[in-house]
Design a protein around this ligand. Structure first.
Ligand SMILES: [Zn+2]
Length: 301
């Protein structure tokens, strides 16, 4: 399934000029992978990334009969690493503690409890904030995480904090969409379908088995189509009991390259914008201040 940031204030603002003093070319020598940094490097990396860290958020779930369980992890991390390689920031290790209850009937699904999913991401962000990463960008590779991440971002206002969480929500690029649709052969194209399989042909071709993609049906079974205007947890299973939507056997590397390059370009733009921005932190700080004493909140005219 198909693509999401965090921030603290005064300390960050006070050190802002320091970031501007960085030595040219240093960032090219410093690892972008969190786990590859030595402790002294880590301190420099926090500075050079201007407090920006990306959490590549995937999941462990079936991807048809032809793609690996970690497909969304590979896609989220690949896009994050490519973007950080072009605009320096730090990329957290593979993060796969998300929402995937709709695939619990399929082998290989790792679905943590809702409390654990929420708490683990909150504690991960709090630890990143404590370590100086006040701007945390979540890059999501799993569609099933989307609603959870939206709620998580909104719930950040429940308690005062000096870091901000920002969800990277790339805008569909009409030019790329047109090129992709010119190359595509399937209409039904979703989870482990033509597009996602094409992305994996670029990222990990050794893990893709297009010849197996037709061993199971990726059709929509429409088992709840007799009821309209509803949302219920069983919706996905009602449509795609094989946890597969589309036909990955039509995948092409060119389609994958177009989709990935577009996501990387948009993420590079976001990293640059978040580095420059201090409005998110300022507004958050003001909000938390007002939330402590709402009766004295000045109403805007
Ligand atoms: Zn996926």
């Amino acid at each position: 399934m198909k693509i999401h940031i965090i921030l603290g204030c005064a300390a960050l603002l006070a050190t802002a000029p320091l970031f501007a003093q960085r030595q040219p070319g240093v960032s090219s020598q410093l690892p972008i992978r969190f786990e590859e940094l030595t402790t002294p490097d880590f301190i420099t990396a926090v500075e050079l990334s201007e407090g920006v860290c990306i959490v590549p958020f995937g999941i462990l779930e079936k991807h048809g009969p032809h793609l690996p369980l970690g497909t969304d992890i590979y896609i989220a991390r690949n896009i994050s690493l490519q973007a950080a390689g072009r605009e320096y920031c730090v990329v957290f290790p593979e993060y796969y503690f998300g929402q995937i209850y709709e695939a619990k009937h399929q082998p290989g699904t790792i679905a943590y409890s809702p409390e654990t999913v929420y708490r683990l991401l909150q504690e991960t962000c709090a630890e990143l904030g404590r370590n100086g990463f006040k701007k945390i960008i979540i890059v999501n590779g799993h569609g099933g995480n989307r609603f959870f991440i939206h709620y998580f971002c909104q719930a950040q206002l429940a308690e005062a904090k000096d870091y901000a969480v920002i969800f990277f929500t790339p805008t569909p690029n009409p030019e790329v969409a047109e090129k992709v649709s010119g190359l595509k052969e399937t209409v039904e194209d979703g989870h482990a379908g033509e597009s996602e399989t094409s992305e994996m042909l670029v990222i990990r071709p050794d893990l893709v088995h297009p010849e197996r993609a037709r061993e199971q049906s990726g059709e929509n079974w429409q088992r709840l189509h007799h009821i309209s205007d509803i949302w219920t947890g069983i919706w996905w299973y009602a449509r795609y009991p094989n946890h597969y939507s589309g036909d990955g056997s039509y995948a092409k590397k060119e389609i994958g390259e177009l989709i990935i390059d577009d996501s990387v370009n948009q993420l590079v733009r976001l990293i640059k914008a978040v580095k420059k921005d201090d409005e998110i932190l300022k507004l958050q700080k003001r909000f938390f201040h007002e939330a402590e004493d709402p009766l004295n909140t000045k109403q805007q005219q």
